[in-house]
Ligand binder design. Structure first.
Ligand SMILES: [Zn+2]
Ligand SMILES: [Zn+2]
Ligand SMILES: [Zn+2]
Length: 203
């Protein structure tokens, strides 16, 4: 496969249904944004901060019809409230009826990747997701937000193992009592927004 704009070779990213151009580093995807595995709906509003991977402006979006995230249209990664992530995994794993995925080893290269928190600009912690699967995620314990790469959530949902009953009550989530302001370091406008305006539940 070739990269559309530059003709470079597209390299498959294992277990992520996506590709990266070996020449221009652009991402390409095997699915549409509204793919049922992880449907994303853009609200049309820019967040005013940049993607920690691509330096493209993040967009407000809704994940699985229900969860607010700050989404990057270039790499399809997103920032999500860390507490909400636990609830989403609980809920989606409980309701998932598709086939389990074959277990894949942890990608050691991903553990070495460093990213800055879009909310506070400090370096995030890179670590395996403390739950099912072998996804490597980035989180900021100060801001209580997590960066998820494209299809990381879907791979956690499809990982074999314990699933709660679909009627089980959700893990209670303690919403961040002291939300930090997201600072836009790249543009003069945008200014600041509150993380909770950007990520979390839609009631
Ligand atoms: Zn390219
Ligand atoms: Zn990105
Ligand atoms: Zn932070």
């Amino acid at each position: 496969m070739q990269c559309d704009p530059c003709g470079g070779e597209l390299i498959a990213i294992p277990n992520r249904e996506s590709f990266q151009c070996s020449n221009c580093q652009r991402y390409a995807f095997a699915t549409e944004l509204d793919d049922p595995a992880a449907p994303i709906e853009l609200t049309g509003d820019g967040v005013g901060v940049c993607c920690p991977k691509c330096q493209v402006g993040l967009q407000f979006a809704v994940l699985h019809d229900r969860w607010r995230v700050c989404f990057c249209t270039a790499c399809r990664g997103y920032v999500i409230d860390s507490g909400c992530l636990g609830v989403i995994v609980h809920e989606l794993r409980a309701h998932y009826r598709g086939p389990d995925a074959d277990p894949v080893p942890l990608n050691q290269d991903e553990l070495a990747e460093q990213r800055d928190c879009p909310a506070c600009a400090q370096q995030m912690e890179t670590h395996p997701y403390y739950g099912p699967g072998t996804a490597v995620i980035n989180s900021c314990s100060d801001c209580k937000v997590t960066w998820m790469d494209h299809r990381e959530l879907a791979s956690i949902i499809r990982t074999p193992g314990f699933r709660h009953h679909p009627d089980s009550s959700l893990i209670p989530v303690k919403l961040n009592p002291n939300p930090k302001e997201i600072q836009d370091r790249s543009v003069e406008t945008a200014g600041k927004i509150i993380v909770h305006a950007a990520t979390g539940f839609i009631f």
